[in-house]
Write a protein that binds this ligand. Sequence first.
Ligand code: FAD
Length: 421
Amino acid sequence: MTEINQDSFEKELNANENLVLDFYSTECPPCEALAPKFDALDKLYGNDIRFLKIFRQENRQLAEKLGVSSSPTLLFFKNGKQTGDVLRGGIKRSDIMQNLDAMLPEDRVREIHSAIKPKTTETNSLILGAGPGGLAAAIYLAQARIDTLLVDPALPGGQVSTTHMVSNYPGFPEPQPGFMLAHFMSEQAKNAGANMKVAVDINKIDLVKKEVVVDGHETIRARNILISTGASPRYLNIEGEREYYGRGISYCATCDAKYYHDREVVIIGGGNTAVEESELISKFASKITMVQQLPYLTANKVAQERAEADPKIDILYSHEPRGFEKRGDKMVVRIENLESGEKSELISDGVFVFVGMKPNLDLVSDPLEKDEWGYIKVDENMRTSIPGVYAAGDVISKQVRQITTAVGDGTIASLAMARSE
Ligand SMILES: Cc1cc2nc3c(=O)[nH]c(=O)nc-3n(C[C@H](O)[C@H](O)[C@H](O)COP(=O)(O)OP(=O)(O)OC[C@H]3O[C@@H](n4cnc5c(N)ncnc54)[C@H](O)[C@@H]3O)c2cc1C
């Protein structure tokens, strides 16, 4: 791989019709995740496209000139001009290839693609999902000297990496930024000797054969598989929701209710989770407005009665949210009365959305035993109904979904996997 500095960039740009430039830094986990992909693609496309690396910290002038403010950043150039996407963070091989292909004639792209050789990787334990459940399992397995590979379509850390502050994970007297806790966990797993393939495309999961295909051409075969792919909140998919996720809109009362001491909150939803979580939020908030699309709550009767009797809680029946925005430090929820069609706004300090969660199992088609909500059923050793397949964390059928419980599940699963040696 050719490394340049800012002084030689112009010369390279003039000398090469096609060029891709990787701005990297040291102590940068996403840069480490990118490096082997970048090397492998250089071998594949290197006759047609010049692959270059540049150390961002020592070449700030060029970085600034090209608008690069984080590492890694990949820039593509054709005939001296920047082209294609600017790729940052957890960069996938498929995203790079898409940009490289766009720089070449179609027949050459076909030739290059036909040179991609299928690859097989063997491991003892394959962990799907590098969140707290998967990382805890990886630490135990790797420390037991069991060949362990973690695979994740994103960067390691799971939901913790996108959590603003975590104050209830033992061992840290002060609240920790979620991304730091996630970083510590993943570094601990790496230091223990676990291998990682992160920011990859997961194409196929065959639990019975214990095979997973990643990045289109690599088949990973394992003796045991741990599914720790987590769960995702169901989204409302309305304006402003993605934008204010974690910045005024929360999906977890246990995690965030404490930040609303003596403040006003809006809760979207009227089912079991919304109503039960409103009880916890009510311990902190001064006022709660619950927005429920139906003319009644659908939670269990006892919880409903408690919510209806709570003087802090107002319930707006037959209303739906239409969008979110921020005004100063206030959250605005635009709502519509489904009976009259009247539109209005609710202004509060924060919003909780509880319209359901779903396990991340889209790629799993094997007949795993699941509960009525689609979460995987496991025994006390985290074994699933398929021999050699374990599950841990938010993806399993259970009551409490927290970092501590995911880590506990991962620990139990890993010890059972190690015993199955
Ligand atoms: C906004 C927010 C704040 C939170 N705050 C707290 C808190 O303060 N304290 C607390 O204890 N808990 C908190 N939680 C809950 C906590 O984050 C979860 O319980 C915990 O992360 C679950 O860990 P996990 O490993 O099971 O799953 P996750 O953390 O969800 O990790 C799953 C991983 O699997 C990967 N994945 C998905 N699909 C696949 C696939 N097909 N193949 C391979 N990998 C895949 C994902 O990319 C992800 O990295 C919070 C949750 C949210 C959403």
